[in-house]
Ligand binder design. Structure first.
Ligand code: BEZ
Ligand code: MG
Length: 851
């Protein structure tokens, strides 16, 4: 209540500065406050109060500073390393936006040297002396190891993880490099990467993680050496707010707090991600300034799909019994087979049914919404883009015409530049709820401070109704394939989807178990209760819930409610054939030799302070042999059971036991901007559990996606969803040309799409082989395209080719000899381009040494 509610008023950087101390006293800092006998007494925390005062003083200093002397540190990211990803952010064309901002700052009076063009800016940051030092970007400063050692208060913890300074990252053996470039009073820096990327398995066993020397040195450099008046994290998102420590109410022992120190922190963040931005607010005191996601538009048809539609149109216009029907039907089959939409042989027995299905599929592809390109701060969508967006918004129930008019006007204006400039002065930024533009036009204007939600009111009555309908849709889709009523479902829950839908997916979990939330006399969520079986009208379905680390952080009340719902179902005295939760719990209690409370645990997530399953990191690095290693990673990271009360308990065996009963795995898809092949998180979570279930059961179980981006929603199999996204996005010129307009950052998005596709093969085996064939033809075998990609982003384009070869070597597709040979040659050519990268100028970095 004390954290989430003030955020809705636009508060930033709230700090917990008091609390209860047990009899043992507090050892959290050098003050060593003595304990009190009564645990009820609230006590101030001197360390936090000092820190809060420092932060306020820095903010005051910022506000009073003269623009011409104000120093601004702008942070870009580079994850994953060596992927051509340096200077990228979700949905954002980073360098174009940055160039715009530098210009706007110069106009405002900042002493900033603005490069002549975006290309120059990119070269100065990413190239410069990078090759000379073997670094991913220009070296802006070098911090001597002895200086780092003398000044770093938490050196011991860092060295315990990473060895003696200067460590192994961004170093020449005796100093640490700070990457980036100084543009007068503006320093553009590259945030160092986590450090475990090459060795992701290590994260599985890690406790008390600490950032690398390079990561720590980077923030110390900005705070102390560069003496930034304000930091601007540029785009969604970096790693600082995910560093270990408490979820909220951070202390001096938490790394995010240590590193951001007293610096005022502004964070340019996508308007559609209220969940992760909440971590940035709570853990690094960020003032958020939102940016719009790229425009969305209908995918339309291209190449062979256009011809196929023309033939289908002719077919549909034929009178009954027309003599040319037979030949036209055969032509349609041949055209569709060319597009991998059906087999070429045998000839269709029932042409009418086959063509009707094709027609429906084609219309779905044509009307699918896809994001177009990347957003540029300072460049609002043009009239045509706005018109497409407004048309898509008009389809959404509850979005009214007046709101559309308002949305059109607000979208045509730039509120982001002024928002950023205000935030850089330390001024108040008005709060705004987060959401997807299509359904929530109230996120406009952007350029505002994103807040999350009222945690006591989720799930809402609407979400409960919708959640029950979606749950029913899932059951029906599964049974339509001939399966029986599912007895157990593995459901992945994220924070973002729930926040944007007021708890829709949470409501699905409740509906499946036959439960609903309980609210107190003030209407505040306080737990769960069962829906009587007569009212439910079907058995209670067991649900194994895996929460993202972000869900766990943001939704503790809902986490407990879900655990309580599972417990109530397990404890209900009801027949086993009407209550699968109880049937399973009784069974697990016997198998595991545990009590019913333990056997009723169904809510799993990471250990406190940890995020993700690492499946995505394994896929990215290729550092795995057998698919079961992916299941291992998932189970090790996600086996912490969150019960009705108390701390999470590591429960690997219980989880594995439960997974052996799971009939299907499922996750919702909430945003058009985010497909299951757009980001690596979907296969990290849903793919991860899919693989774990497969191992536990010994057979592949179905994996479904509940696409709720439009209308009433639609449940697809994973393989249908990946095929749909491949046709409407990856292979669609409208999609990739929109990205390539933005240069190297666009190539990086294409690379991500290919890697994520392989992530689904690795975790579920449900990606059709033709997808790899067509990706190969489009991006590697087409010489013009290959050279164009190589020119724009040599690292990312080499990764595309190598990933396709990897997919073949892992037996996810079997190209013919000629294709394979051409792919190999293409990959070699791309590698050669990479190695030919020649250093530009040889500027010496600033030397930082202990004086
Ligand atoms: C979440 O909101 O839970 C989430 C966001 C990004 C990646 C994974 C999960
Ligand atoms: Mg993220």
């Amino acid at each position: 209540m004390m954290v989430a509610i003030p955020e809705i008023d636009g508060a930033t950087g709230p700090m917990v500065f008091g609390g209860r101390i047990g009899a043992g006293g507090c050892t959290g800092c050098a003050h060593r406050c003595a304990g009190t006998l009564s645990e009820r007494v609230m006590r101030p925390c001197p360390e936090r109060i000092e820190h809060l005062a420092e932060r306020v003083a820095r903010k005051a200093r910022l506000r009073r500073s003269a623009v011409a002397s104000r120093k601004v540190a702008i942070v870009l990211y580079g994850f994953p390393p060596n992927a051509g990803a340096v200077g990228t952010a979700a949905y954002l064309s980073v360098f174009e936006s940055l160039q715009h901002m530098l210009r706007a700052m110069r106009t405002e009076g900042y002493a900033v040297e603005v490069p002549a063009s975006v290309v120059d800016l990119r070269e100065m940051v990413l190239k410069g002396n990078a090759a000379q030092y073997g670094q991913a970007a220009n070296v802006a400063a070098r911090i001597r190891a002895d200086d780092f050692v003398a000044r770093e208060p938490f050196l011991k913890e860092i060295e315990a993880q990473w060895g003696p300074a200067p460590g192994r990252h961004q170093t020449d053996g005796s100093g640490i490099f700070v990457l980036g470039h100084h543009f007068g009073n503006v320093f553009v820096g590259i945030q160092p990467v986590f450090g475990y990327e090459g060795d992701p398995m290590r994260l599985l066993f890690e406790r008390g993680f600490a950032p690398t020397h390079a990561f720590t040195a980077f923030y110390r450099y900005m705070a102390q050496d560069f003496d930034a008046d304000v930091v601007l994290h540029f785009g969604m998102h970096g790693a600082l707010e995910f560093m270990p420590g408490k979820q909220t109410g951070l202390s001096a022992n938490c790394w995010p707090d240590r590193l951001i120190a007293d610096m005022p922190n502004v964070y340019l963040y996508a308007a559609n991600n209220p969940s992760e931005s909440a971590l940035a607010k709570r853990r690094i005191g960020a003032t958020i300034v939102t940016y719009l996601t790229p425009p969305v538009a209908k995918a339309g048809l291209y190449k062979g799909l256009v011809d196929l539609k023309a033939s289908l149109n002719r077919w549909r216009g034929l009178p009954p019994g027309a003599p040319e029907a037979q030949d036209l039907g055969a032509l349609i089959q041949a055209q569709a087979a060319e597009l991998d939409l059906c087999p070429a042989e045998p000839a269709w027995f029932d042409q009418v049914r086959a063509t009707e299905k094709l027609w429906r599929d084609l219309i779905e592809y044509e009307n699918s919404l896809i994001p177009l390109g990347l957003h540029v701060v300072g460049t609002p969508p043009d009239a045509a883009e706005r018109a497409e967006l407004i048309a898509a918004m008009a389809e959404v129930e509850g979005v009214e015409e007046l709101a559309l008019k308002r949305a059109d006007k607000l979208m045509s204006e730039d509120h982001e530049t002024s928002g950023l400039l205000r935030a850089l002065e330390g001024r108040f930024i008005r709060p705004v709820p987060g959401g997807d533009l299509l359904r929530s036009p109230q996120i406009l204007p952007t350029g505002r401070n994103l807040h999350a939600f009222d945690p006591f009111r989720m799930p809402t009555a609407f979400a409960l109704k919708d959640g029950a309908a979606q749950a029913q849709r899932l059951i029906e889709r599964h049974m339509a394939s001939g399966a029986e009523t599912p007895r157990s479902i593995a459901l992945v829950l994220w924070g973002a989807d729930n926040i944007k839908s007021d708890g829709g997916p949470i409501a699905q979990a409740l509906a499946l178990m036959g439960a609903r939330p309980r609210f107190d006399g003030y209407g505040r969520l306080c737990g769960a209760e069962l829906i009587p079986l007569e009212e439910l009208g079907r058995p209670r379905i067991d649900v194994v819930m895996t929460l993202s680390g972000i869900f766990r952080d943001l939704l503790p009340l809902q986490t407990r409610m879900l655990a309580e719902a599972a417990w109530l179902a397990a404890a209900a005295d009801e027949p086993a054939d009407l209550n699968f939760v109880r049937a399973h719990a009784l069974d697990y209690a016997v198998k595991m030799g545990c009590d019913l409370e333990t056997a009723a645990l169904r809510v799993f997530s990471n250990a406190e302070g940890a995020y993700g399953s690492n499946v995505n990191q394994l896929i990215d690095s290729g550092a795995w042999n057998d698919e079961d290693e992916l299941a291992d990673a998932f189970e090790k990271r996600k086996c912490f059971a969150y019960g009705r009360k108390g701390a999470p308990v590591q429960s690997a065996k219980l989880m594995a036991t439960m997974l052996a009963d799971v009939d299907l795995a499922y996750q919702n898809l909430e945003s058009v901007e985010l497909g299951v092949t757009t980001v690596d998180h979907y296969f990290d979570t849903l793919g991860g559990i899919g693989r774990a279930v497969k191992r536990a059961r010994g057979v592949q179980t179905p994996v479904y996606i509940g696409d709720q981006t439009r209308g009433d929603g639609k449940v697809r199999t994973l393989s249908e969803q990946v095929a749909l996204e491949t046709r409407t996005r990856a292979l669609n010129p409208k999609w990739f040309e929109g990205l390539l307009k933005h240069g190297g950052e666009g190539v990086r998005q294409i690379e991500a799409q290919v890697t994520n596709t392989m992530g689904w093969s690795a975790t579920t085996g449900q990606v059709d082989p033709w997808i790899y064939q067509r990706l190969t033809e489009t991006f590697v075998l087409d010489e013009t395209m290959r050279r164009r990609l190589a020119e724009l982003n040599p690292q990312a384009s080499a990764r595309v080719a190598n990933r396709l070869i990897e997919a073949h070597e892992r037996r996810y597709w079997q190209p013919d000899a000629a294709t394979l040979e051409a792919l190999r040659r293409g990959a070699e050519e791309l590698e050669d381009t990479l190695e030919g990268v020649i250093p530009a100028d040889r500027v010496n970095p600033v030397e930082i040494a202990a004086e």
